[in-house]
Each structure stands twice: as C-alpha cells, then as structure tokens.
Design a protein around this ligand. Structure first.
Ligand code: UTP
Length: 326
C-alpha cells in the first residue's frame, strides 16, 4: 500500500500564517502537523511510499521531510488547487494497482490505523457530528456498507446521516479510483466549484465496489485557528511534559523548545513555544508561538504567533504572521 497526502490547498482559513509557510509546516505541540502523520505511517510500518501532493512552497515541505525522515517520498505538484479529488488524481502516475491510503495533510488522528487498514473492504474514517453542513457525509445500509456520499448537505434535515467524513480513506482498488476521478474531471463534475473526492467515490461505488466506515473518535482537525489550538491542547495533554524555570511559573501541558529564554512570566496551560523565543514579564495561555518570537510585558491568550514576531506591551488574543510587530 502507498499513502497519498494532499497538502496543496491554499489554507485560506489559516492566513496570515499560510502566506509565508504551508499549513502543514505550522507547529503544533512542538512539531509541524505533517510530522505527526508521516511519523505514524512510518513507525507503524504501514506503507511502502508516501506521495505528497504539493502546491505553493512545496520545496519547504520536501526539505523538512527529507531532513527529518529517511523514507521513500515522492512529491507531485498540483499546479492549481482544483479540489481534493483533483489532488488525489495527481498521484495516478505513482500507482500500478497497489491499494491507496489517503490522509488529508491538515488532519491528525489518534486512532489505531493498523486496525482500520486491516479490514478487507475499502474503509472511510467517519465521526458523528451535530451539524453536518460543513462536511461530506455518508449513508450506510443495514449491513454497514456505504450507499451514498453527500458533500456539504444544505441542512441537517436533508443530510442522509450525521456521519462526517474526517479525511482518512483506505481504497483497495486504486485503479478504479483513478478511473472514477478521471471520469468526474473529464466531465467537469464539480461540487462547490471543486473536483471532490466524494463525487469520484460515488462513481467508484456505482461500479459495485464495497466500502465501510471506521469510527474515528479522536479526530484532530487543524483547518482553522480554533481547531489548531484545540489540537495543540489535546497533544500537550497527552505529552504531559513538566518544566521548571527559575523566576517563572510554567503550568501543566506546555511545550518549550530549544534555547527559549523565559523571564518573570507565567506560561500555560496549553502553550507551545518554539525554539529561540524570548519571553519577558508576560502571561501566555492557550497559544502557539513559532520560532524566534519575542514577547515582552504582554498578556496573550488564544493566540497564534508567527516566526520572528514581536509583541510588546499588549493584552489581547492575536493571530499574527511571521515578522509582525505590535
Ligand atoms: P481543505 O479545503 O480543508 O484545505 O483541504 P485548504 O484548501 O488548504 O484550506 P482552506 O479551506 O483554504 O482554509 C483538505 C486537504 O486537502 C488538500 C489541502 O492541502 C488539505 O491538506 N487539498 C485541498 C489539496 O491538496 N488540493 C486541493 O485542491 C484542495
């Protein structure tokens, strides 16, 4: 089996950070998002190759992964972000008839991947949600086989179920999947103006293939600021690190990188501080600081702070990009 990780989206919901770095390189609990996904795939010995579908700033992702992991990576460029279906289709040349594991680049999972993959049928990860309007959803028959996909249903009432697709798919017949993707692209079949993977999967099912769902309890979305901070908190809780720094209070569930200087400050809970940051006379809660930030005389919470950003004498919730100064 080979994995495909599409990371070519524009990441508009995470601007301004995604104007200077790809979303998947944003740090969460001390490591870029993509690190967690790739590490799990490699450690669990699940795939023979990882294919990344990249867009703008692809060289940054390639450089990072080649430095961190000694594994077979293939990088394929999606020239324009025409949708997830199109992104996966870009991987066609890397496949003969191996099965395909698709994992979205901005979604972390705390699940037994091996168990999901070991199922004989093709499998899609789902999670019950209250409001399915933002998601692709699945309808299943009495035996648990998927019979229908609906992309972003107009209301909970018209949605065939509340089982949202969470961004992890194991598809046995990759040849048929690529044919199904080609089918929708050639006929210009789009939903919300994008070539959707779900539209191709409807075509795939119509050819008699069987798919089932796998319940994903710990789905850690990283698509916007709130979900990034929630995922950061979840991972920090799990890591449960403890720090002692003289003259400052470091509360539970924090991550502090290399060569960080903290003076007369209160940090935590749920704060990730990347390498080389300087923090003086400040209080920081539930936030992520990228490398080389300087925070002085400030009170920050619920914030995402880009690399080399400087904040002095402020009290607020921030979402500021690299090199910003306030
Ligand atoms: P999203 O739609 O959630 O991410 O795609 P996005 O487009 O990057 O972010 P927003 O919506 O503008 O904020 C889910 C995954 O699919 C990839 C994205 O990179 C992300 O990992 N994707 C999406 C592609 O690779 N190509 C596309 O054309 C669309």
């Amino acid at each position: 089996m080979k994995a495909v990780i599409p990371v070519a989206g524009e990441g508009t919901r995470l601007r301004p950070h995604t104007l200077t770095k790809p979303k998947v390189l944003m740090n969460i609990a001390g490591k870029p998002m993509i690190h967690y996904i790739v590490e799990q795939l490699i450690n669990d010995n699940l795939v023979s190759e990882i294919i990344l579908i990249t867009g703008a700033m692809s060289e940054m992702i390639e450089k990072y992964l080649r430095k961190e992991f000694n594994f077979k990576f293939t990088f394929i460029k999606q020239e324009k972000p025409l949708g997830l279906g199109h992104a996966v289709f870009c991987a066609k040349t890397a496949f003969r008839d191996e099965s395909i594991l698709i994992i979205l680049g901005d979604t972390l999972f705390d699940i037994p991947l091996k168990e999901m993959i070991s199922n004989n049928y093709s499998v899609i990860g789902v999670k019950p949600v209250e409001d399915p309007r933002r998601f692709g959803v699945v309808e299943t028959d009495n035996n648990g086989f998927i019979i229908k996909f609906v992309e972003k249903p107009a209301s909970p009432e018209v949605s065939p179920s509340n089982n949202a697709i969470v961004g992890i798919y194991k598809i046995n017949n990759s040849k048929l999947l690529f044919e199904s993707l080609e089918y929708i692209i050639e006929r210009n079949i789009k939903t919300s103006n994008e070539y959707q993977l779900t539209d191709a999967l409807s075509e795939y099912l119509s050819k008699g293939e069987k798919m089932i769902t796998f319940k994903v309890d710990n789905w850690l979305d990283c698509g916007n600021k709130e979900s990034v901070l929630q995922t950061n908190a979840y991972l920090l809780r799990k890591m449960n690190l403890a720090y002692k720094i003289k003259g400052s209070l470091i509360k539970d569930y924090c991550y502090i990188g290399k060569d960080v200087k903290i003076h007369n400050s209160i940090i935590g809970e749920y704060v990730s501080i990347s390498d080389n940051c300087i923090i003086e006379n400040s209080i920081i809660e539930n936030s992520i600081l990228e490398k080389n930030c300087k925070i002085e005389n400030s009170i920050l919470k619920d914030s995402l702070i880009g690399e080399y950003a400087k904040i002095r004498g402020q009290k607020n919730e921030y979402n500021i990009g690299d090199y910003s100064e306030i």
